[in-house]
Design a protein around this ligand. Structure first.
Ligand code: AMP
Length: 209
């Protein structure tokens, strides 16, 4: 089961991915998580990516495509995967198809989780993430409800960066809806509902074949 999760930042891709992992036991591959770890560890990739990420801009396609070529070749990804935050441009989507087709794989399902911009802005500005376990919560969580760790606000969730991230999404990522629709694998899902309601549509979509 090879799944792509599409949707603006804050649409709930990570939350839905966590539920899919529990149910299907396939890895969740988030380019944002990989890049944040690289920045924290000051790897060569992290050093190149940091300024783009801080500005809410996309990291250049060639860096991301090399990173994902390696990640998708790892053993755990061969039985299936959930991609979150990748692809983000049609160049990345075409490269992904090429990489997968080299060993007879393909994307089975692209889920577009749709949430209006005004709700995205509210969600992102109140989003907080656990420094210890990565749990995503909100400003209402004084400490992580999962592990008691410290909750922090991602730099790119600050008000001044959110507008640019949404503009980048509209310009570069929204065209992927047409890309996957053309490939016959797109399912659009209303993400402006309770998590379990969204998930029930997500599950129906990935099991539809
Ligand atoms: P995310 O956690 O998915 O919102 O990603 C955080 C940031 O990482 C983005 O705003 C981009 O700067 C960078 N990033 C993540 N995934 C990609 C990608 N597929 N292509 C380019 N940049 C990315």
């Amino acid at each position: 089961m090879n799944i792509v999760l599409l949707g603006a930042p804050g649409a709930g891709k990570g939350t839905q991915a966590q539920l899919l992992i529990k149910e299907y036991g396939i890895p969740h591959i988030s380019t944002g998580d990989i890049l944040r770890a690289a920045v924290k560890n000051e790897t060569p990739l992290g050093l190149k990516a940091k300024s783009f990420m801080d500005a809410g801009e996309l990291v250049p396609d060639d860096l991301i495509i090399d990173l994902m070529r390696e990640r998708l070749a790892q053993e755990d990804a061969l039985k299936g995967f959930i991609l979150d935050g990748f692809p983000r441009t049609t160049t990345q989507a075409a490269a992904l198809d090429t990489v997968l087709s080299e060993d007879g794989r393909r994307i089975d399902c692209a889920l577009a989780i749709e949430v209006p911009d005004e709700d995205i802005i509210k969600r992102l500005s109140s989003r907080r993430v656990c420094r210890v376990c990565g749990y995503t919560g909100s400003a209402a969580d004084a400490v992580c409800p999962q592990c008691g760790g410290e909750m922090y606000q991602r730099d790119d969730d600050k008000t001044e960066t959110i507008a640019n991230r949404l503009a980048v999404y509209q310009r570069s990522t929204a065209p992927l809806i047409n890309y996957y629709s053309g490939a016959g694998v797109l399912v659009e899902i209303d993400g402006n509902r309770a998590v379990d309601e969204v998930y029930s549509d997500v599950k129906a979509a990935v099991e539809r074949d």
